[in-house]
Ligand binder design. Structure first.
Ligand code: MG
Length: 392
């Protein structure tokens, strides 16, 4: 069989939602007094956009093969990501066989190591990697989950992230994760509000529905430990990303001090097998949450997931839409998935990367059979305006 090679790679930016789901208009729950590390400064407490959470925008990478097949992917990365792709990464991609993803990942990672390793460079490498998997799936006319070894279950089940777990329960989800709203700088009053909100939600959903809090790196070890013990009464299932992603020692200590049934979870701002090796070997958490568009892509997630399996840790990717669905359905140690409720009031189910993708599958009654269309099975919405800031 003659395999096509990579003919051309292009990078675009898009504004207004999409893969940069923080890029939202006024009045969205995702930007309504969410606790962050900057909440210690009152002027940055009400809105995460006030300190620039939406500055990046979405990055789109398109990869065209010699037979005319085009694969693409999206992530958070915007113009900086587009620069890295067009000015640097294309040299490692164009001319290669579409099958040689492992080699291209290796070239991209080590070719950018002098300024990369984490953050925006890994977001960008992830986007290229996902576009390569999409392309290979389309060339072979197979969904990515088949390329990854095939499904281990018939369908996915989801918990919902958003401001209204009580509504998510009615929509059939297995649990609801709320953003924590008040950080340590808001003192005892903020702590009480956090606990009251959880207790109120527990009253609404009953005993068996999972409830979780996402702390978005905003707590310190003392606050997180105390909060976990106080939240035990309301049956908090896990406390997510309580500390700075650089504080591996704090996470290890927090996990040792947890109430017995409560999990420590983290990892959405971690990247690569080496970053996750720190979390796993130091015993930082019960479940890791790599974002498939940030951690290094599917190629790296395969390695991260195997490492987690050997450490008896679950792998439930952060958000990531189709890039998560195609992976989670193929792994025993990924027993459920996250769905971000991107409706401004979290009161209806809309596609996670709305409005950027067409055919983005949605959970029905909290469940989803991953479509078996080639690649990741999604298309770019022609109604979204792509901008190509750099060319080569
Ligand atoms: Mg999170």
């Amino acid at each position: 069989m003659s395999m096509p090679t990579i003919r051309h790679v292009r990078a675009f930016t898009v504004r207004g939602g999409g893969a940069d789901y923080h890029d939202q208009a006024e009045g969205h729950w995702i930007d309504d007094h969410v606790s962050t590390p900057l909440a210690r400064y009152p002027e940055y407490r009400q809105s995460r956009r006030s300190f620039g959470l939406d500055v990046l925008g979405t990055l789109v990478v398109e990869i065209e093969a010699s037979d005319g097949t085009v694969g693409f992917a999206v992530t958070t990365g915007g113009e900086i990501g587009a620069f890295i792709v067009e000015k640097h990464l294309v040299r490692f991609l164009e001319g290669q066989w579409v099958t040689d993803i492992e080699k291209m990942w290796d070239l991209m990672y080590f070719g950018t190591q002098f300024y990369g390793r984490k953050g925006i460079v890994l977001n960008t490498i992830s986007c290229v990697d996902l576009a390569l998997w999409d392309l290979l799936g389309k060339v072979r006319k197979e969904p990515v989950f088949q390329l990854l070894g095939g499904p281990v279950r018939d369908e996915l089940q989801f918990y919902a992230t958003g401001a209204r777990p009580d509504l998510a329960q009615k929509m059939g989800f297995i649990g609801g994760k709320m953003p924590l709203q008040h950080g340590p700088a808001e003192g005892e009053e903020g702590l009480r509000k956090n606990l009251d909100r959880l207790a109120d939600m527990r009253n609404r959903v009953g005993d068996d529905f999972w409830l979780m809090y996402d702390c978005w790196m905003s707590l310190d070890l003392r606050y997180a430990t105390r909060f976990a013990h106080l939240a035990q009464e309301s049956g908090l299932k896990w406390i997510e990303e309580a500390l700075s992603p650089d504080d591996y020692w704090g996470y290890a200590e927090l996990r040792r001090k947890m109430p017995p049934a409560m999990w420590v979870t983290t990892g959405e701002h971690e990247a690569t097998r080496w970053g996750f090796r720190m979390l796993l070997e130091m015993g930082c958490c019960d479940m890791i949450q790599p974002d498939v568009g940030w951690c290094g892509g599917i190629t790296e997630l395969i390695k991260i997931s195997a490492l987690a399996d050997a450490h008896d840790a679950l792998v439930v990717p952060h958000g990531s839409s189709v890039y998560s669905y195609h992976f989670v359905v193929t792994r025993h140690n990924s027993p459920f998935a996250e769905f971000l409720m991107m409706a401004p009031k979290a009161d209806e189910i809309v596609p996670m990367f709305t409005p950027l993708l067409l055919d983005e599958p949605l959970p029905v009654n909290g469940r989803m059979k991953v479509p078996d269309t080639p690649g990741f099975g999604v298309r770019l919405n022609p109604a979204c305006t792509l901008h190509r800031p750099y060319e080569h």
